[in-house]
Write a protein that binds this ligand. Structure first.
Ligand SMILES: [Zn+2]
Length: 475
């Protein structure tokens, strides 16, 4: 059996990402106004660029001309306003950058509007449209390798209740930071293993509940191992935090073999519903495979305040003691509520964390390979150095821009100056967020692009490395 891993994806619907934070994403406008897809040839790139310039010029000229004209033609406008407004709207909608950004927003919303409960079933259904029959088994073909399983790691993000703008009336509402998000995710996993779908008369129907679903779990394409989102600031002290960690990770041991770790997670998968308040001992053990941290939302990897440092230090020691993998957001974009690059950068606080003897064993994935705006590579280079020094430091390539140029440059990094790197890079998609910020129009599309890319060490990236990052094992 071969398993393909997507170490970094998300399962959200519109109620989870704290839309007020979502709308404040610093890179939202940048990404919406990026060039349209066809960047294959130089001529196409130039044409894109010209169209973009023309688009912006038209907007500026439009404003300059329209203001004086509006004054002159206002009486006529009032007579025929409906017709004129419609024409103007059509003109704006036809500008290519506007068209492209509306397209991205629409495909993201279309997916976000699917109830979370059904999202894995929908992904599974559409992926299977690309399954190739290989001898007598079904496989997903990636490059030259056929995989019969896909492990998905949906990362939960602790959005908390930050940055509520001034003047908002409903400021202090009871809201448990992530319980609803986690409950909905567990319910979605449960639904995935209990039902199939079929399409009839252009409608997707759920099957009746699968008989003996627990024993037939292995027949499904996905194994789903989520990461728990955490911000130490949302917990009063280490005691409270430890109770929470024990609730989920109590049975984890550093000495677990990869087989045992995976089996425990597999056995629990699909058994829980959305009730997050059950008191039975062990009820929530082994539902999460790791922890997700998000410095751009305010998590501080090395806080100065002693009480905060106490929590963070104990969190790291707990993760080392039980070999719990951590993924930390590492790009200068993403959900940002303030200027938190100093917390996110692999050069500053994180470097200091790893330099402490007691933390050097942390199993840590710097997400997005430290992607920065423009062609900056400072963070990426810092991550490469950290992967040389520390045995359990990894980086993922989620939310990359999917171009030949990206994969070419990545391939060139696997050279004699970085002999360890091909064992440290993990495949990730950042689906469904990537629908908004990359050219991906579907999960299939993102996987197909990786499958077709000219890139050495693909098996390491999407199979061997993530397996080791998740479940442990020898480097
Ligand atoms: Zn992400």
């Amino acid at each position: 059996m071969r398993t393909f891993y997507d170490i970094h994806m998300h399962a959200f619907n519109l109620s989870h990402p704290s839309l007020s934070v979502f709308l404040q994403r610093s890179d939202l406008l940048d990404s919406l106004f990026k060039s349209p897809p066809d960047t294959k040839s130089q001529a196409a790139t130039l044409w894109c660029f010209l169209r973009k310039i023309m688009g912006y010029l038209l907007i500026v000229i439009g404003i300059l001309i329209l203001v004086p004209i509006a004054i002159v033609v206002l009486p006529i406008f009032l007579l025929f306003k409906k017709k004129i407004l419609k024409r103007f709207a059509q003109f704006i909608l036809n500008i290519s950058v506007v068209k492209d950004s509306i397209g991205k927003a629409m495909r993201t919303l279309t997916f976000f509007e699917i109830p979370l409960e059904y999202q894995f079933i929908v992904l599974d259904y559409y992926l299977k449209s690309k399954i190739e029959y290989f001898e007598d088994e079904k496989h997903i073909v990636m490059g030259n390798t056929a995989y019969n399983k896909i492990v998905l790691c949906p990362l939960v993000i602790d959005f908390g209740r930050k940055n509520i703008p001034d003047g908002v009336f409903y400021r202090y509402t009871p809201k448990s930071p992530i319980a609803n998000q986690v409950g909905d995710l567990l319910y979605a996993i449960r639904t995935y293993y209990r039902f199939n779908v079929n399409v009839m008369d252009d409608k997707m129907h759920l099957s009746t509940e699968i008989f003996d679903w627990e024993n037939r779990k292995a027949e499904k394409l996905f194994e789903i191992y989520p990461f728990m989102g955490l911000d130490t600031k949302n917990y009063d002290d280490w005691n409270g935090l430890e109770i929470l960690l024990d609730k989920y990770f109590y049975e984890f041991e550093a000495s677990d073999s990869p087989k045992i770790r995976r089996e425990r997670l597999f056995n629990k998968m699909g058994k829980l519903d959305s009730n997050m308040y059950i008191k039975t001992e062990g009820h929530y053990h082994n539902v999460f495979a790791g922890i997700k941290l998000y410095p751009q939302l305010g998590f501080d990897p090395y806080p100065d305040a002693p009480e905060e440092f106490e929590k963070v230090k104990n969190l790291y020691l707990y993760c080392i003691k039980k070999r719990i993998p951590i993924t930390t957001h590492c790009s200068d974009g993403g959900y940002k509520v303030a200027e938190n690059n100093h917390l996110t950068s692999p050069l500053g606080k994180w470097k200091k964390v790893l330099e402490q003897k007691e933390f050097e064993e942390l199993t840590l994935n710097f997400a997005h390979f430290g992607s920065q705006k423009g062609k900056q590579t400072e963070w990426r280079n810092a991550i490469i150095e950290l992967t040389k020094k520390y045995p359990n430091v990894y980086t993922d390539i989620s939310c990359n821009d999917m171009t030949d140029e990206y994969y070419n440059n990545l391939g060139k990094l696997f050279n004699s100056a970085n002999p360890q790197l091909h064992k440290k890079v993990l495949f990730g998609s950042d689906f469904s967020i990537n629908l908004l910020v990359t050219e991906a129009y579907s999960y299939n599309h993102y996987l197909e692009t990786f499958s077709d890319a000219e890139l050495p060490y693909k098996t390491e990236l999407c199979e061997l490395n993530p397996e080791r990052f998740l479940f442990g094992g020898i480097n």
